[in-house]
Design a protein around this ligand. Structure first.
Ligand SMILES: [Zn+2]
Length: 97
């Protein structure tokens, strides 16, 4: 395993890093997925999905609310992902950048 603070490789599973003294917690509940990729994906998918659904109905002119309603959920998803509270399908938090 590697120290999450200084990145030093550690043998066995010590409770503290021998190099910087950081307390080591097992990363069992942390997803290996990238938080940056998840955030960008949430942003991109949210806005492309919402604009698709607006333009599907050709006879209806989209108003400001049509654009904002899905946009707000996209922004909420994005904030959840950026702050590291998004979970992958195994229920592990996506916290690694
Ligand atoms: Zn360390």
């Amino acid at each position: 395993m590697f120290c999450s603070r200084c990145g030093k490789e550690l043998t066995g599973s010590p409770a503290f890093c021998v190099s910087c003294g950081a307390r080591l917690v097992e990363n069992r509940n942390i997803s290996p997925k990238s938080r940056l990729a998840t955030s960008l994906l949430a942003w991109y998918l949210g806005f492309s999905a919402s604009t698709d659904s607006i333009w599907q109905d050709r006879d209806r002119h989209p108003d400001a609310l049509d654009l904002w309603r899905p946009g707000i959920w996209t922004i909420i998803d994005f904030i959840v992902a950026v702050t590291g509270n998004m979970k992958d399908k195994e229920g592990r938090l996506i916290q690694k950048w």
